[in-house]
Ligand binder design. Structure first.
Ligand SMILES: Nc1ncnc2c1ncn2[C@@H]1O[C@H](COP(=O)(O)OP(=O)(O)OP(=O)(O)O)[C@@H](O)[C@H]1O
Ligand SMILES: [Mg+2]
Length: 227
């Protein structure tokens, strides 16, 4: 997959006040890249992730996904691309409260072409890999924050997406589980998938192949001193 963003602006309107959150963003990400997005709270990291994940559209500028101008696609086409190619770990988990952990992961898997039986197998495997084998039948309100986050990660990877977008995926995890999650992302990345992670954790940023910093609406690449 190829992500190509050119001259992107994003503004929000509140009453008669317009605030520009992202100013003239240019960004290209290709297969096998692991990008960390850093920047202060409110700087537009989630806003950019939502646009990359086709959940939101830019106010101005173009976003090509695999060479396709997403601005020219209707909402349904965009949703179908999202379901097939993009795995999203949201900052606020976004799990469905009425379903169990396993069902939350399975529901995401059912967008693909696999049989329900196969989806169940893959969903279980994903949950087990995140240490949730004894929580599959729990509903979100019966899970801790870190457990919910791991369910959200299992859901994001169940379709083997070509792009994984994770907004603060280790924010509420202990360091051991956080490391596990990072290892899962690294493994998916080694298989050629694009991984983009918003993070405040210098340990994660260090592992990334590129670091992108957002400040005052400006997105700029900063050198990763370690790699
Ligand atoms: N739907 C919206 N309507 C109006 N303003 C919004 C909307 N969504 C985000 N904003 C504003 O855009 C700015 C960037 O928000 P965003 O969520 O992208 O920040 P962030 O970098 O992810 O911050 P954090 O690290 O706290 O998650 C904020 O000032 C926020 O108030
Ligand atoms: Mg955010």
């Amino acid at each position: 997959m190829r992500i190509e963003i050119q001259g992107l602006h994003k503004s929000y309107q509140n009453g008669d006040q317009i605030t520009e959150v992202l100013h003239n963003v240019n960004l290209r990400v290709g297969d096998g890249e692991f990008v960390a997005i850093i920047g202060p709270s409110g700087s537009g990291k989630s806003t950019l992730m939502n646009i990359i994940g086709c959940l939101d559209r830019p106010t101005r500028g173009v976003y090509y996904l695999e060479g396709q101008d997403t601005g020219k696609l209707g909402d349904r086409r965009l949703a179908s691309i999202r379901n097939r190619h993009i795995g999203f770990v949201f900052q606020s988990f976004n799990l469905l409260p009425q379903y169990t952990a396993l069902e939350n992961v399975e529901l995401a898997g059912l967008y693909g072409n696999e049989s329900p039986k196969r989806v169940r197998e893959v969903a279980k495997k994903a949950l087990i890999s995140l240490g949730l084998e004894d929580r599959m039948k729990y509903r979100p309100n019966q899970l801790s924050g870190g457990q919910k986050q791991r369910v959200a990660i299992a859901r994001a990877i169940v379709n083997s997406p070509s792009i994984i977008l994770a907004d603060e995926p280790t924010g509420s995890l202990d360091s051991r589980t956080g490391r596990k999650v990072l290892d899962i992302f690294k493994k998916l990345n080694k298989e050629g998938r694009i991984v983009i992670v918003v993070t405040h954790d210098p340990g994660i940023a260090r592992e990334a192949s590129r670091i992108v910093d957002i400040k005052d609406g400006i997105v700029r690449e900063v050198p990763n001193e370690v790699s």
